[in-house]
Ligand binder design. Structure first.
Ligand SMILES: [Fe+2]
Ligand SMILES: [Fe+2]
Length: 250
C-alpha cells in the first residue's frame, strides 16, 4: 500500500505543479498581451484644443514669427556695417542670419497653415531691428556682439517659457478610431502628443538651442568688452521684452 501510494502522491504533486506552472504562464501571457499592445499615432485621433489653448498657440506663432523676422534684420544691419571692416566676422554673422531666416520661414509656414493673423506692426519690426543692428555695429563690433547677447538671452528665455506652457498645459484627450477615450498609459510614449504639437515643440527646442549658440558666439567675440556693456545689454533686453509684449497683442 505504502509503496504504491507514494509514487501516486508524487505523481499528483507533479501534475499539480505542472498545472500551476501552466496557469501561471497563461496569466502572464494574458497580462502581457493587452499591456504590450500600445496604440500608435495612426490608430488615434486627438481632441480639439480649448479656445484658450488655441489662442495661446496663435500668440506663440505670431510673436515668434515677428521675433525671428527682427533677428534676421538685426543680423542684416550688423552685416551691412561690419562685414567689410571685419571680414573675419562675415561668415559668423552670415551663419547666424541664415539660421534666423530658417526660423522665420518655419513660423511663416505655420502662420499660413494655421491661418494665424500676423503681427500688424511687422514693418515697425523691420525698421527697428535693422536700426538696432546697424546702430550697435556703428558704435563698435563689441557693441554689436553685446546686442546679440541681450537679444538672444531674451529670446532663449522666451522660448523656454513657451516650451514650459506647451509641455504642461496641452494635455489634449486621445481617442481610438471608434471614439473611445484612451488612457495615456495605453499609448506609445511618442504618440501621446499630436504630430503638430510635437513638431512645434521640437522646432522651438532646436531654435532655442541655436539662439543660445548665437549667444556663445557673441561672448567669444568680445561682447563683454563693449562699453558700457551693462547699460547696453540691459537697455536692449528691455526693448526686446517690450517688442515681444507688443507683438503678442498687436
Ligand atoms: Fe531665431
Ligand atoms: Fe538667434
Amino acid at each position: 500500500m505504502i509503496s504504491r501510494s507514494i509514487p501516486k502522491r508524487q505523481a499528483l504533486a507533479s501534475i499539480r505543479q505542472l498545472s500551476n506552472t501552466s496557469r501561471l504562464l497563461q496569466v502572464t501571457e494574458q497580462q502581457d498581451q493587452p499591456q504590450d499592445k500600445k496604440y500608435t499615432r495612426d490608430e488615434l485621433t486627438y481632441g480639439k484644443l480649448s479656445p484658450a489653448q488655441k489662442a495661446y498657440l496663435d500668440r506663440v506663432i505670431r510673436v515668434d514669427q515677428a521675433g525671428e523676422l527682427g533677428a534676421n534684420y538685426i543680423y542684416l544691419g550688423q552685416i551691412l556695417v561690419l562685414a567689410s571692416r571685419y571680414p573675419h566676422l562675415k561668415p559668423l554673422l552670415t551663419h547666424m542670419r541664415e539660421q534666423e531666416i530658417h526660423h522665420h520661414n518655419t513660423f511663416n509656414d505655420l502662420q499660413v497653415r494655421r491661418r494665424v493673423r500676423p503681427s500688424l506692426i511687422t514693418p515697425l519690426w523691420k525698421v527697428g531691428a535693422i536700426g538696432m543692428g546697424m546702430g550697435t555695429a556703428l558704435l563698435s563690433k563689441e557693441a554689436a556682439m553685446a546686442c546679440t547677447v541681450a537679444v538672444e538671452t531674451v529670446i532663449g528665455g522666451h522660448y523656454n517659457e513657451q516650451l514650459r506652457v506647451l509641455m504642461n498645459q496641452y494635455n489634449v484627450p486621445i481617442y481610438d478610431k471608434q471614439g473611445k477615450v484612451v488612457d495615456k498609459s495605453e499609448v506609445t510614449p511618442t504618440a501621446i502628443v499630436s504630430e503638430e504639437l510635437t513638431s512645434l515643440k521640437e522646432n522651438i527646442k532646436l531654435f532655442r538651442d541655436q539662439e543660445l549658440e548665437h549667444l556663445d558666439i557673441a561672448l567669444e567675440n568680445d561682447a563683454e568688452k563693449a562699453v558700457p556693456y551693462k547699460l547696453l545689454t540691459e537697455g536692449i533686453k528691455t526693448v526686446c521684452k517690450g517688442a515681444i509684449w507688443a507683438a503678442e497683442r498687436i
